[in-house]
Design a protein around this ligand. Structure first.
Ligand code: ADP
Ligand code: MG
Length: 574
């Protein structure tokens, strides 16, 4: 069965196997098991379809690394990805898998310094990962030459087509040699991709992996609703609840990482912040301490956490909600590896609830709600652990002879219980201190104003001005560099239109468009809240939701309703 396949079975070289080992991958994912041998052996084109987070990058990246010739300083593989973020992720992933090979991997994307990219390309690179627009740009300048191309990869092809990159892609394809292998990876396989494949690929082999869960089934995924100001307290309670907590706490910014790392350290946890401002040495030293279990908590940003390879983490905490579903999947994928159970806990503030719902949907994950344990529960759990530990100790201990003598003296004219209680208090006083925990205010309100961090915009242009939905969306995307999915609920009327966009993007849209309008006549404004077009949640639905919430919120640290599942087991013993 595919479960027992190892990387070595796939025909990869010892060198690559060791790089994979260093990265912490234990065994190949399904798409990797299926694609790697095909790409290593046969001269075929491949279409690979598997969900996000199933390791597609390594599926094509590893064979490319094997086949590309380091002694030929020419571009031998070109990988197109839809966004700058994905281009960077791909190039980092491939870079981290190349091991000792003298291969140069460049990423080229818009919005970054052309000068730097040109310099890197001029020095000679073997693999280029880029967004279609910027790649074309380099092709036109002659800074990118594809005469020696062996692999042309379209990564996240569905998304690239959705984003309207088809012409750019075709333009790039025209400049590739006839004799090359073309690979196309995608989470879905819409007709447009089939058409593209028919036109540009040679009898492609189709590898389709169905229904692989995106995050490990060994990872229990839960969330808690929490106010920003209670997050630290919640975090310490979650840590204390565990016998052994060995995890990564994800924060949005470096400043937040530092703050959370410091506060944890002040409270006596062995935690360290890890972010881009640290030197390579500092970073290495933190990671080594973590690997050696001398450190149990790393507080990191997404960027800093990339390439951290620690395979037996017990916990991932999303202290800040990740920006995008992909980031969620990447974060959560750091636990539940190597056959060990793990738990991913996401903190969600009331304002973030809608975005969280979106993440949940895209990540196709069953994420159930739990409540933060009460101080009493934690103390009880700790008490039980102390007793178990002491009983075990009594069983196995080779006690130093001076202790029984001391015991005799202590028990000489005192009750055993009195003596033992004093000893326990002396040893465990701090650990069992209720006052260590402060109150957590239930996060009751999910903000109505801004349910989801989305803003409804009113646009003083409509059909009469020649607008239609597609045009409006394209225009907004182009002008503010948004993505298609950012612009939602588009409604175009004769005289005006509405769109909904994430608050940050909405601000950009207003800024961009109003800059060209007279001050007193802005083209785009926030929709008035009482406008029926301005909201998509009715009062009744919101209230209904709140009632359900009230009813649940006092239940201590248990799943609030829903199915019983494997993930429930973990907490039921408390
Ligand atoms: P996709 O492109 O399918 O969305 P990625 O290639 O970005 O997925 O991989 C998602 C995450 O899984 C990355 O963090 C990657 O390092 C990790 N990963 C990939 N292959 C494996 C593996 N065989 N074992 C463990 N983790 C893996
Ligand atoms: Mg990918």
């Amino acid at each position: 069965m595919s479960d027992s396949i190892t990387f070595a079975d796939l025909g990869l070289s010892a060198q690559t196997i060791s790089a994979i080992g260093a990265k912490g991958f234990e065994k190949p994912t399904k798409i990797q098991s299926a694609c790697i041998p095909l790409l290593l052996k046969d001269q075929v084109d491949v279409i690979g379809q598997a969900q996000t987070g199933t390791g597609k990058t390594a599926a094509f990246g590893l064979p490319i690394l094997e086949i590309v010739d380091p002694s030929l300083a020419k571009v031998q593989a070109l990988i197109l990805a839809p966004t700058r973020e994905l281009a960077v992720q791909n190039s980092e992933e491939i870079n981290s898998l190349k091991g000792e090979r003298a291969l140069e991997i460049a990423s080229v994307y818009g919005g970054a310094s052309m000068e730097l990219q040109l310099r890197k390309l001029r020095r000679g690179v073997h693999v280029v990962v880029g967004t279609p627009g910027r790649v074309l740009d380099h092709l036109r300048r002659g800074s990118l030459v594809l005469d020696n191309l062996k692999f042309m990869v379209l990564d996240e092809a569905d998304e690239m087509l959705d984003m309207g990159f088809i012409e750019d892609i075709e333009e790039v394809l025209k400049q590739t040699p006839e004799k090359k292998r073309m690979l196309c990876f995608s989470a879905t396989m819409p007709p447009a991709i089939q058409a593209l494949a028919e036109q540009y690929m040679q009898q492609p082999e189709i590898v389709k992996i169905q229904e692989e869960t995106m995050t490990s089934t060994l990872t229990d995924q839960v969330y808690v609703e929490i106010r920003e100001s209670d997050k630290l307290e919640a975090l310490t309670r979650l840590i204390d609840m565990e016998e052994r907590f060995y995890g990564i706490v994800f924060c949005r910014t470096k400043v937040q990482c530092d703050e959370v790392g410091q506060k944890l350290a002040q409270r006596g946890y062995d935690a360290q912040a890890l972010h881009g401002d640290l030197s390579q040495n500092q970073r290495e030293s933190i990671l080594n301490r973590m690997r050696e279990k001398r450190l149990s908590i790393i507080v990191a940003t997404d960027v800093a956490a990339r390439g951290i390879d620690i395979s037996d983490l017990t916990h991932v905490i999303n202290y800040s909600l990740p920006e995008a579903p992909e980031a969620y999947i990447h974060r959560v994928g750091r636990t539940g590896r190597a056959g060990k159970r793990g738990m991913a806990i996401t903190f969600v503030t009331p304002r973030e609830y809608k975005r969280f719902t979106f993440i949940k949907r895209i990540a196709k994950s069953d994420i159930e709600r739990i409540t933060i344990p009460e101080a009493g529960q934690i103390i009880k759990a700790k008490r039980e652990r102390i007793i178990t530990k002491l009983l075990q100790y009594i069983e196995g201990a080779q006690v130093n002879a001076q202790f029984p003598k001391m015991a005799d003296r202590l028990l000489h004219d005192r009750e055993a219980k009195e003596v033992l209680a004093a000893v326990l208090e002396y040893v465990y006083k701090d650990e069992l201190d209720f006052d260590k925990y402060r109150e957590i205010v239930p996060s009751r309100e999910r903000t109505d104003r801004d349910d989801n961090g989305m803003t409804r915009l009113f646009i003083a242009r409509g059909r009469r001005d020649g607008l239609d939905k597609r045009l409006l969306v394209d225009y907004l995307i182009e002008r503010v560099g948004a993505q298609d999915r950012d612009i939602q609920n588009v409604s175009v009327q004769d005289e005006f239109s509405f769109v909904t966009a994430p608050a940050k993007i909405a601000d950009q849209i207003m800024e961009t468009f109003n800059a060209i309008a007279p001050k007193d006549k802005p083209i785009i404004t926030r929709a008035k809240p009482d406008n029926p077009n301005g909201k998509n949640l009715t009062r009744a639905r919101r209230d209904g939701r709140r009632d359900r919430y009230e009813e649940r919120r006092d239940r201590p640290y248990k799943k609030s309703g829903g199915r019983s599942g494997s993930s429930r087991r973990r907490y039921s013993s408390y």
